[in-house]
Design a protein around this ligand. Sequence first.
Ligand SMILES: O=C1C[C@@H](C(=O)O)NC(=O)N1
Length: 230
Amino acid sequence: MEEEGMVLNLHGEVPSSAATNTCVLNAEPAFLPHLRKLHAQFPRLRIVLEHATTRAAVECVKSLGDTVACTITAHHLALTVDDWAGQAWHFCKPVAKYPDDRAALWEVVKEGHPRFFLGSDSAPHPAETKATAAPTQPCAAGVYTSPILLPLVAHLLESFGALGKIEGFVSAHGRAFYGRPVVASDKRVVLRRASKKVVGIEGYGTGATHVVPFWAGKEIGWEIAEDEVS
Ligand SMILES: O=C1C[C@@H](C(=O)O)NC(=O)N1
């Protein structure tokens, strides 16, 4: 992959194991030594640590060279442990971590660090697999953000003072890392403020294909100006 210029995309968690005291809360930090080792062995290989959730991951990626980048989801900018413990719709892997971990994600976005960018990891699991009441069946892991992604990112970035960094975070940083820099002729998405816009709880589809997006029932302060999409 290094020789071919390919990008290695990693879901950076080690499996849970009682023997190593590993569970969903420390599975991501436990993976970081593997990331360091891979980078040391293949320093020119471009690696993306996908959907990172911890301060340790942010610090680790920052400390590695220009060939290692990191994606952050919209939902991990919003959630912490308390939001998914007891709320299946917010359960995803890696699970959202502590408030201080979320603060580290906010800080690195606010900093406009060029090796950190949006990766939606949007997972449209049917409602019946998220909200299962069956005691024998775990719920599906994943949060569905695609239909509201850019307005949600604007809403969240604004909430922690990083709105000015949105273009780099959702577009330019990732494109630069993948060797597809933004050029003037590219299509653009225009976002505008939306007052009292509530994401519908009804979702989309029916039966086994019924999906409901993240943020359902909540207000979102932004919308895509469809008429201005060029
Ligand atoms: O990495 C992933 C994959 C995703 C899915 O279901 O596609 N769901 C998750 O929670 N994490």
